[in-house]
Design a protein around this ligand. Structure first.
Ligand code: FAD
Length: 418
């Protein structure tokens, strides 16, 4: 005879088996469900926080090797000296103390999707029921480029300060060469913003020579009107913009950047290599099946991998075609957190999730522009698509937008880390 409790347990496990149609069933129902998150950037910190906020019965472990997160957002202002590193350094304390996230200071090195375990560099094995990967980006190698010598600074931290030192060392009238990789890459307007701020900084310090922008793309990827106007008016004679120009190799001993149209001499350089999902994503077999796939193939209802069950990928590593921004990483993390909470309650994910992205770009030391878009789930195609009439950008850079940028960033930082 079934006891009342046992019947309830079986009913519950039936519900979970139904939910398991999106992946495989849970282990013993009595134990607290375990979510493990790899990577504590905007995506990973937000998903860890919101799973705990929405269901404190779920155990959440965040694996991250760094003691703090250094935000790429606003990091170009550290390069110019307008902000300091403390302004972009975000602590993990609140995730631990306010939300009860278990933080493991370690690097994940391998995933066992059958045994549902993560192995770490320090030799730990961390078991999960659901795993969320949020490891950000990795870079293609550029022949001759050593990013310890020529920092890309497309991951903030020590490289941000190394780039600042490069900028300060440009001789009067010297040339600063920077490159922009083929899209998709992290933060569509970010490299153009950097070009503007390099030029602004050289002009303000009366050292203006040239900022030579080598863009692998056929045209400016985001806010084309704003950046073309800035290049041809505000920075006329300082910024030289070259579309469809790829860096093929670097010979820094001779201060030379080689491109598909020939070599260029530079006094300083910022080569931003082509990007792909964080290393662990490829190692775990989560890339799409198309040849040369660079990003994780996921179902945007839950961000669960289409290839490996119970593994979700969010933030810059995912390949849904949505922009790679911190704002978007935060939005995807909440969709994923909601899907996980529903999964453990035996429910299907929200069938119509929406996300949005916003990027503020300083154009000078006093003005900024912005770009925003909303995405919605399109059930017919199974894709996230821009919602009509939501793609918008600042008509012109203003000081008001520059001020708003700090309020926006403060809110995003707090929503993700506090
Ligand atoms: C100059 C610049 C300006 C930008 N401006 C904007 C903006 O205005 N608006 C905006 O929304 N976005 C902006 N972005 C983009 C934004 O910074 C990224 O989209 C965002 O950081 C992506 O978040 P993420 O969590 O996916 O990755 P990340 O922030 O890179 O976090 C990944 C984390 O994973 C950790 N990690 C990696 N591998 C492992 C592992 N094996 N084990 C454990 N941990 C691991 C890393 O240490 C890191 O902490 C900008 C970017 C740049 C470069």
């Amino acid at each position: 005879m079934f006891s009342h409790n046992r019947r309830k347990l079986l009913q519950a496990s039936g519900a979970i088996l139904a939910a398991g149609a999106m992946s495989s069933p849970l282990r013993a129902q009595t134990a607290a469900p375990r979510v493990v998150v790899i990577g504590g950037g905007f995506a990973g910190a937000t998903v860890a926080k919101y799973v705990r906020l929405w269901n404190p019965k779920i155990q959440v472990t965040l694996i991250e090797p760094n003691p703090n997160h250094v935000s790429c957002i606003l990091s170009n202002l550290v390069m110019t000296g307008a902000l300091g590193m403390t302004d972009i350094t975000l602590r993990y304390d609140n995730l631990r103390t306010k939300y009860g996230v278990n933080i493991v200071a370690d690097r994940a090195v391998a995933i066992d999707p059958v045994g549902r375990k993560v192995s770490t560099q320090n030799g730990s094995q961390i078991a999960y029921d659901k795993l969320v990967l949020a490891p950000g980006i990795d870079f293609d190698a550029v022949p001759g480029l050593d990013s310890a010598v020529l920092p890309h600074a497309w991951q903030a931290g020590p490289q941000t300060l190394a780039l600042k030192a490069q900028l300060q060392a440009v001789p009067s009238g010297g040339s600063f060469v920077m490159s922009i990789p083929l899209a998709p890459y992290r933060c569509p307007p970010g490299p153009y913003e950097r070009a503007c701020l390099l030029a602004d900084s050289l002009l303000r310090n009366r050292r203006a020579g040239k900022v030579i922008v080598l863009d692998a793309n056929p045209d400016v990827v985001a806010e084309a009107h704003t950046f073309h106007t800035a290049f041809s008016t505000t920075y006329a004679g300082v910024i030289e913009y070259h579309p469809s120009t790829e860096v093929t190799s670097v010979d820094w001993a001779n201060k030379t950047i080689n491109t598909n149209w020939g070599p260029i001499r530079a006094d300083a350089a910022n080569i931003i290599p082509r990007q792909k999902a964080g290393k662990l994503v490829a190692a775990a077999g989560l890339l799409g099946s198309a040849p040369g796939a660079r990003w994780a193939s996921v179902n945007p209802l839950s961000y669960e991998s289409t290839l490996v069950p119970n593994v979700h990928v969010i933030g810059d590593s995912q390949g849904t075609g949505q922009p790679k921004s911190g704002h978007m990483a935060n939005a995807q993390a909440k969709v994923c957190a909601d899907a996980l909470v529903r999964y453990f309650a035996g429910e299907a994910p929200d069938p119509a999730p929406m996300t949005n992205s916003a990027c503020y770009s300083p154009i000078t030391s006093k003005t900024a522009s912005w770009l925003t878009v909303v995405f919605g789930y399109d059930a017919a195609s199974g894709l996230m698509k821009p919602v009509p009439n939501t793609l918008a950008e600042a008509p012109t850079p203003t000081s008001g937008h520059y001020e708003d940028m700090f309020g926006w960033a403060k809110n995003l930082f707090a929503d993700s880390f506090s």
